[in-house]
Write a protein that binds this ligand. Structure first.
Ligand SMILES: *Cc1c(COP(=O)(O)O)cnc(C)c1O
Length: 427
């Protein structure tokens, strides 16, 4: 499969049926697996043999889909989680524990910001946030001797900033730690962060990978490139024996290609149990089969809507890296040459009131806390996700009251623009 192009991997990656086996991925709807002898099963518990014994740890349906996502990203191993939140938490907590430190881009998903700045801080893991547009000096100054990882998003949700992945990878590697990239908005169809130096990739599969608003899910992919043993003092969890697994040293036993995901499964999935259901993994795979076809259309619609909005007199500004002149247009040309995503944000001149009238007047685009669906949806952060903030606080957070985030779906661009035009007339 690794020689095929990404379109082929979307359709056929991860699962190759044998003679007389199901053409479509079977849903193994079973919590457990049967063995003839206790000794057979014992070997699985010791990680001495590979096989299935309990779906909280592994399930064949999930493994097929994880293998497809690994193939799409060009990684060596992957796992599914119950949500994007679980994927990001596991990816970070697999490397950092109490007393450790992380460096993260300040322009990231609100849920991830909260996870890092509140919940992981309570666990004793501190984070220094840096601007996605920081200089090398500012970035390097954020590191400490106990820094264990760097985190950022290819295209940030909702700010739509584009990360300089090579710059962040260079700094991470100079300090002997991996770069984790949340690649949810770009998807591997439009950007493969491993090709730019990232070491671990995460996804909220809830978004474009699923693409139909069907199931919440997440994924973690390892590039297999980070040399854990070269920095064994920083990563004792990977480089010293795990007493909870009979003294296995993951980096020795599974090598760079498998250590990260094996430890993440054997320890974190075992203990926290945020597994994706096999049924949801099946739906996710249906989404992945058409991901390459859908992304192109999401981007076309995003571009058309962004261009229309930019010339509209009632629109103060538009953020979309596909627009020439956008702050991230040049960076996007390098990292996202085939397009970015379908999410466009724009500010209406009339503020919160105008945004409210505009959104209530839309007929096709629905008001939803969601993005990356086949159906166009939109949100005014000031009156929903950020409604507790005052005008001053909104300004400080870079979220103008009249900001609308619109996720362009797969409908006709002409119909979407006509809908936007009639709603803007009411403003
Ligand atoms: C939605 C989202 C998440 C969280 O994913 P869930 O599946 O909702 O838990 C994480 N990162 C990004 C970039 C997202 O858009």
């Amino acid at each position: 499969m690794s020689d095929y192009r990404i379109e082929t991997k979307c359709v056929q990656g991860g699962y190759t049926p044998g003679n007389g086996e199901p053409r479509q991925i079977p849903i193994v709807q079973s919590t457990t697996f049967k063995y003839d002898t206790g000794e057979d099963m014992g070997k699985l518990f010791d990680l001495e043999a590979s096989g299935y014994f309990y779906t909280r740890l592994q399930n064949p349906t999930n493994d097929y889909v994880a293998a497809k996502i690994a193939a799409l990203e060009g990684g060596t191993a992957a796992m599914l989680t119950s949500s994007g939140q679980a994927a990001n938490f596991f990816a970070m907590f697999n490397l950092a524990s109490c007393g450790d430190h992380m460096v993260a881009s300040s322009s990231i998903y609100g849920g991830t910001f909260n996870l890092i700045s509140v919940t992981m801080a309570k666990m004793g893991i501190e984070t220094t946030f840096v601007s996605p547009d920081c200089t090398d000096e500012e970035l390097n100054a954020a590191f400490r001797p106990n820094t264990r990882l760097v985190f950022g998003e290819t295209i940030a949700n909702p700010a739509l900033t584009v990360l300089d992945i090579e710059q962040f990878a260079r700094a991470a590697h100079a300090h002997g730690v991996p770069l984790i990239i949340d690649n949810t908005f770009a998807t591997p169809v439009n950007c493969r962060p491993f090709e730019w130096g990232a070491d671990i990739v995460t996804h909220s599969t809830t978004k474009y990978m699923d693409g139909h608003g069907v199931g919440v899910g997440g994924a973690i992919v390892d590039s297999g490139k980070f040399d854990w043993m070269a920095y064994a003092d920083k990563f004792p969890g990977l480089c010293t024996p795990d007493d909870s697994y009979h003294g296995i040293t993951y980096a020795e036993k599974f090598g760079n290609a498998g250590a990260f995901i094996t430890k993440c499964t054997a320890q974190l999935m075992r203990d926290f149990g945020s597994i994706q259901s096999p049924q949801n993994a099946f739906y996710l795979n249906l989404g992945l089969e058409s991901l390459h076809v859908r992304m192109a259309r999401h981007c076309e619609n995003g571009q058309a809507v962004a261009e229309y909005l930019r010339q509209h007199p009632k629109v103060a500004s538009v953020s979309y890296c596909g627009l020439p002149g956008d702050k991230y247009h040049e960076r996007a040309k390098k990292y996202l040459p085939n397009g970015s995503c379908g999410v466009v944000s724009f500010e209406l001149k009339g503020g919160r009131e105008a945004a409210s009238v505009f959104m209530n007047s839309l007929r096709l685009a629905a008001i939803e806390t969601h993005v990356a669906d086949a159906r166009t949806c939109c949100l005014n952060p000031a009156s929903t996700t950020h409604r507790q903030m005052s005008e001053e606080q909104l300004k400080a957070a870079g979220i103008p009251a009249g900001l609308v985030r619109m996720s362009c779906g797969l409908e006709s661009a002409d119909d979407l623009i006509a809908d936007i035009a009639q709603a803007l007339e009411k403003v």
